[in-house]
Design a protein around this ligand. Structure first.
Ligand code: ADP
Length: 456
């Protein structure tokens, strides 16, 4: 469980932390506050509720804490992996939303249930706190049907909702928007290919603020070769391997998700730093893993240059994308005819713009937590605005209801007698004379309702 405490208005990061190995007796808690005070503990953490309790205790701790009370937390934004076709944006969490997230668990059985545990743990630990779900799939929900429908019988989509959903949406959205800002470009008139290269990895084609295609599909398995995932393969391989190796669906799923990718090809590691090190030490399999990894990214970039009919920028982000000049160089090699030319010096210094060609190649650190904080703020802002309008309307209605028929008749007669007066002057005069206690907008509404022209 990762967490950050953020003020979305100032973008100040007040504290951040991580609880690893939840469910074990040697879970690891790491924490750092805004003054760089750190904490590391190993202890038993049975479940997510306990993890959250420890987190809140740390945030309010006298020495390393940054809050005097948990009630200072105004909202919690959750990264929820799968929102299915139900959610194309972030949403305030209600019992109905929780039900829908549960329904989407069928698509992401490893991710949505722990996400729900986190939501429940927050409800239990922080009284009446507003919670917002930010979906990893949401940014890709506007991908057109020709790009999200597979070439399977359409009835399968209708029955099982099998289609491309895409993931890492918050990150693709954040870095694509940031790239437009950095280049001083209008996001709604900007074509960019974003490469999120972490343990999981995906590429997205973003046009005018919308994702129009992405490499991950029905699950995060499709697309690039990742740390332990195979990415695109011929689907006929699956029944063949199952038959030959006598594997059940769960086994083959594990093989493709956990024993493939960099780890599968190199036979040793899913960590890109180790793969590079071994390749440099002469290991042919590690070199092969690197080549396969980079070639697949290059193929996706080239195909999305076609999808977008040329891009203004290509963005590299996440662990590998932000830190490895080597991978960025290998990926972009031989794309110069498509306007992609890397500047070696700038690339080796991890500069923001690392290209000399027509298409800007950029390194833009992702910040999913900040994006979630902004989304949470925006959702709640909309909620408060709506509440404010509703409260205003109710107040007006209450004032109108407080007037008797006799009051209304007196106002009508007064207006008739004072037909030379208009607007505010008329309101003030009527208020003085008749001693009523209604506001000017309510007065105007009343005149309108009585078909009296307030401006005469
Ligand atoms: P996650 O998807 O778990 O959030 P990250 O975005 O942190 O992962 O990316 C993890 C990957 O980034 C690992 O494969 C790691 O080896 C790789 N990485 C981090 N720093 C470097 C580096 N300097 N060079 C190459 N790879 C790196």
């Amino acid at each position: 469980m990762k967490f950050q405490l953020i003020d979305p208005q100032t973008e100040d990061l007040l504290a951040k932390g991580l609880v690893e190995k939840i469910g074990s007796s040697n879970a690891i808690i790491t924490y750092k506050n805004k003054n760089n005070k750190e904490l590391r503990e190993v202890l038993e953490v049975k479940n997510h509720e306990k993890a959250l309790k420890i987190t809140l205790k740390t945030l309010t701790d006298k020495v390393v804490g940054v809050l005097s009370s948990v009630s200072e937390i105004e909202a919690v934004g959750h990264r929820v992996v799968h929102g299915g076709e139900e959610f194309s944006g972030s949403i305030l969490i209600t019992p109905k939303v929780i039900e829908k997230i549960k329904e989407c668990s069928i698509f992401a059985p490893l991710h949505n249930p722990p996400n729900l545990m986190g939501i429940e743990a927050c409800s239990a630990a922080i009284k009446d706190v507003d919670q917002v779900a930010v979906f990893d799939t949401a940014f890709h929900q506007k991908i057109p049907a020709y790009a999200h429908i597979y070439g399977l019988p359409y009835a399968i989509y209708e029955k099982l909702k099998i289609r491309r959903y895409g993931f890492h949406g918050t990150s693709h959205w954040f870095v694509s928007k940031k790239a437009a800002e950095l280049l001083n470009r209008d996001y709604s008139d900007f074509k960019v290919i974003t490469c999120h290269l972490g343990n999981g990895a995906s590429v997205a084609a973003v046009k005018n603020g919308f994702s129009v295609d992405t490499s991950m599909g029905f699950t995060p398995l499709e697309g690039l070769v990742m740390g332990t995932r195979c990415g695109d393969i011929d689907p006929a391989i699956i029944p063949y391997v199952m038959q030959m190796e006598k594997l059940c669906p769960k086994d083959i799923d594990n093989l493709m998700n956990k024993s493939s990718g960099l780890k599968g090809i190199s036979k040793t590691s899913n960590d890109m730093r180790e793969v590079i090190e071994e390749a440099d030490d002469g290991s042919a399999l590690h070199k092969l893993a690197l080549d396969v990894y980079c070639y697949r990214i290059k193929k996706y970039i080239a195909s999305y240059l076609g999808v977008l009919n040329g891009a203004d920028a290509i963005v590299f982000t996440a662990g590998v994308g932000e830190n490895s000049a080597r991978i960025r160089k290998m990926v972009c090699e031989g794309l110069d005819n498509l306007g992609v030319v890397i500047d070696s010096e700038k690339n080796s210094r991890n500069e923001t713009i690392i290209s000399t060609g027509k298409t800007q190649v950029m390194v833009v650190p992702t910040n999913e937590e900040l994006a979630i904080a902004h989304e949470t703020f925006n959702v709640l802002n909309a909620k408060y605005q709506k509440k404010l309008i509703e409260a205003k309307e109710k107040q007006m209605q209450d004032q109108l209801n407080s007037l008797t028929d006799a009051d209304k008749a007196a106002i009508a007669i007064f207006c008739d007698k004072n037909s030379s007066k208009t607007g505010k002057v008329l309101y003030e005069a009527a208020k003085r004379e008749l001693e009523f206690d209604i506001s000017e907008p309510v007065f105007e509404e009343l005149l309108e309702g009585m078909a009296i022209n307030k401006d005469h």
